[in-house]
Design a protein around this ligand. Structure first.
Ligand SMILES: C[S@@+](CC[C@H](N)C(=O)[O-])C[C@H]1O[C@@H](n2cnc3c(N)ncnc32)[C@H](O)[C@@H]1O
Length: 436
């Protein structure tokens, strides 16, 4: 690794190695905690001298880190709380780019549970040693810390559900490459959910050139619109940057203190322009929408059970041709379903469900549009549905609530209408084809 190391990488590694050793010294009592150096006072190191670091202070809510080892909390050098914002789900695989002492890996491991896994990736041996020590002390087994660079991630293609990172990408001298690597290892539909320092507007040239401020997470920060542009260039979709903390002039003085610049001039020039942000993006999902078949029965019933939808009549419906559609992931796993039941001139839309990990990825929309198109192709007049939870969703597709008394007798006579759905369910209707 060190053969191809740039001077910037060497400086970053040295500074964060020293920060890791200071934490170890402190928890093991092997040496007095050093007063802060340029790195230890901002982003590159917790302020062990009791001063408040404007970047790293108060990132986690009370209670969130109570059960973590002291060294993991002390080594927290991030600028946000990506695991809180990323909506991690049980069973998912998470990768933390630049995992440091492991705080976000340990929090992720808790969220993804024993069926999931949290990887941490870091290039600094001292940080890796600290993180592994913290994982052992926490008794967490679904974690693994990998040695390597975020520009060259040592994991296979399409192997990770969620990439998190906390104040690290700004440190890289090749951010495009980091984002391309993140895209490569994410599974189709996988999420990029990263906290980082970003800039809005232009920073003074001397700030951009300061190696101290680069290592301190400020000089290397991307502009917000550039971050979005690079994410899209790497292949991501739906990229966005949401500011979570903005640093004022006093904060700027705190991180400028060791930079050797004209503090007052630079503090005024950067105040309000630099902040922490939550950066989101998604690798486009790859899925196929196909006719449902009897072979899908088990998967469809599991999806409906998970979504708390009735199973009555589903097995029989799947035995009939053209009963509906399923969405299958690239590996063939069924992750969404939607059914149609003909009722003379009308049609009933039923059993629309998407697996939790696939929600918010456009599958439900694709299913509903496909089912509407199919009903129109069959020349049906109107599409009805019953819902207890999605009354606000279906109007996006032209549905409106309707009084039960106005529903045609054939639709009322269906199993779903008469028995399966609770009486409290809302009835909705959408005209089809020429009836619109
Ligand atoms: C500011 S600290 C953040 C640590 C951790 N994310 C946290 O929130 O506490 C940056 C970490 O990223 C690591 N790092 C920096 N650049 C890296 C790179 N190019 N590849 C891998 N790790 C890197 C450093 O070793 C350090 O542990």
């Amino acid at each position: 690794m060190s053969n191809s190391e740039t001077p910037l990488t060497a400086i970053v590694r040295e500074k964060y190695g020293a920060a890791a050793l200071r934490v170890l010294d402190r928890v093991e009592g092997t040496a007095a905690a050093a007063c802060c150096d340029p790195v230890s006072c901002n982003c590159g190191g917790a302020a062990f001298d009791g001063t408040v670091d404007p970047i790293t202070a108060d990132l986690y809510v009370r209670g969130e880190t109570d059960t973590l080892p002291e060294a993991a909390v002390l080594a927290s050098l991030g600028c946000g709380n990506p695991t809180a914002l990323a909506e991690l789900r049980p069973g998912e695989v998470v990768l933390d780019l630049g995992s440091g002492g492991g705080i976000d890996v340990l929090l992720s491991a808790r969220r993804v549970g024993p069926d999931g896994k949290a990887y941490g990736l870091d290039m600094t041996d001292e940080m890796l040693a600290l993180a592994r020590r913290n994982a052992a002390e926490a008794g967490v087994t679904n974690v693994e810390f990998l040695r390597g660079r975020i520009e060259d991630i040592p994991l296979p293609d399409d192997s990770v559900d969620v990439i998190i990172s906390n104040c690290v990408i700004n440190l890289s001298g090749d951010k495009s490459r980091v984002l391309r690597e993140a895209y490569r290892v994410l599974k189709p539909g996988g999420r990029f959910a990263v906290s980082d320092v970003v800039v809005q507007g232009a920073l003074p040239d001397d700030v951009r050139r300061s190696m101290t401020l680069w290592v301190g997470c400020v000089a290397g920060a991307l502009q917000d619109d550039e971050f979005v542009r690079l994410l899209h260039a790497a292949g991501f979709e739906d990229a966005s940057v949401e500011m979570t903390r903005r640093y004022g002039a006093d904060d700027a003085r705190a991180f400028l203190v060791h930079a050797g610049l004209d503090m007052e001039r630079v503090a005024a020039a950067v105040a309000g322009k630099v902040g922490a942000a939550f950066v989101r993006a998604r690798k486009p999902a790859s899925f196929t929408l196909r006719d449902a078949t009897p072979a899908d029965t088990g998967a469809v019933e599991a999806l409906l059970t998970e979504a708390d939808l009735p199973l009555a009549g589903v097995r029989e419906a799947l035995a009939r041709p053209a009963s509906g559609f399923v969405v299958a992931e690239s590996d063939g796993r069924v992750v969404g379903v939607g059914g149609l039941e003909d009722c003379c001139d009308d049609v009933l839309l039923r059993s629309v469900a998407v697996a939790p990990a696939w929600r918010t990825r456009g599958l439900g929309r694709a299913l509903v549009l496909r089912l509407i198109a199919e009903a129109e192709a069959r020349g049906r007049r109107a599409m009805y549905l019953l819902t207890t939870t999605a009354e606000g969703y279906f109007p996006h597709f032209g549905f409106r609530a309707v009084d039960r008394a106005n529903v045609p007798a054939e639709v009322q006579a269906t199993e779903e209408f008469s028995r399966a759905c609770p009486a409290s369910a809302v009835v909705m209707v959408r005209s089809l084809g020429e009836a619109r």
